[in-house]
Design a protein around this ligand. Structure first.
Ligand SMILES: [Zn+2]
Length: 304
């Protein structure tokens, strides 16, 4: 491990853009499933390529609720391995199906993990909803999750382009009323207008990715004026082709424009880059100073 990476590895960090069942470290996965042929590619063929990879390799590991719990458990331990002390991670509501459709068992499994690691990490699960989910599911299971003590927030994700998000309005209002954190994935592959529309429609606390805001002064102003934080995952963006490489990534321009941001893993299992890895890359490639990255590190731990 290079010096700068080691320094950051030792420091406490927050990971606030993480999809729990896709966030096990590869070494932990291989320990748990010896003989698995799981290899992460350098890059995926875009978002659809990633979805095919998940279908082909990750979903074959998932046969039972024990497998789901095991993947989530490994993800929490992998975060602890990188000295992440606050983990805000989405737990996809479709995982309920592995619990024989029992929402109660699903929530209880997540709650048990929270307790199990309570002395090591501030794990704040968020209920994760794909944008193409049926609204019946949103307002039955989704609503029950947001009203339970297990979940600290809500995150919606999936295909970004041409999605009407108005169906999620009421559950976002409910989350806000319960003082839970609201997040939406937008502006990774979709343009800055879609970022503005998502803000107008849902009024999220934070945006997952949001990097295309860089293309519009107006969008960046809107993000700043409303106190919205962008939780960015540079390595994931590069692996999926949303940015060519670290040098071309919009991160620096967003930072210079004064946008509030953090750096996160997204899916450690797919992208294989910890927060410390990415901090080191950004410094080694001359994009940020140690002090700047350190301020970004603290930013993920600052607010409640
Ligand atoms: Zn994400």
């Amino acid at each position: 491990m290079e010096d700068v990476e080691k320094k950051f590895w030792q420091l406490p960090k927050g990971d606030v853009h993480n999809h729990l069942h896709l966030s096990a470290g590869i070494l932990r996965l291989k320990e748990q499933y010896p003989g698995t042929r799981f290899e992460t590619p350098e890059s995926f063929d875009g978002f659809d390529g990633m979805m095919r990879f998940i279908e082909e390799y990750v979903n074959t590991l998932l046969r039972s609720s024990e497998d789901v719990v095991s993947l989530m458990d490994m993800a929490i331990r992998s975060a602890i391995d990188d000295h992440v002390i606050r983990l805000e991670a989405s737990v996809d509501i479709h995982l309920v199906k592995y619990f024989d459709g029992s929402l109660e068992n699903f929530m209880s499994a997540v709650g048990t993990l929270k307790q199990k690691y309570a002395h090591q990490i501030d794990f704040r699960p968020e209920i994760g909803l794909k944008k193409d989910i049926s609204l019946d599911e949103v307002y039955q299971n989704g609503m029950a999750c947001i009203r339970s003590d297990v979940f600290s927030g809500i995150d919606i994700y999936g295909k970004e382009t041409n999605q009407d998000l108005s169906g999620f309005k009421k559950i976002f209002e409910e989350a806000r009323a319960l003082a839970k954190k609201t997040k939406v994935h937008i502006g990774e592959f979709s343009d800055h207008n879609s970022v503005e529309r998502a803000i107008e429609t849902l009024g999220p606390d934070e945006i997952q990715h949001g990097i295309r805001a860089v293309d519009s002064e107006n969008t960046m102003e809107m993000i700043k004026n409303r106190g919205i934080r962008l939780n960015i995952c540079p390595h994931s963006n590069i692996a999926l082709g949303a940015a060519g490489n670290y040098l071309e990534h919009p991160l620096r321009r967003l930072y210079d424009a004064g946008v509030n941001l953090t750096i996160n893993t997204d899916d450690l299992l797919l992208f294989n880059a910890t927060i410390s890895d990415q901090f080191a890359q950004l410094i080694q490639q001359g994009l940020f100073t140690f002090e700047e990255i350190d301020a970004i590190r603290r930013n993920a731990l600052n607010e409640d």
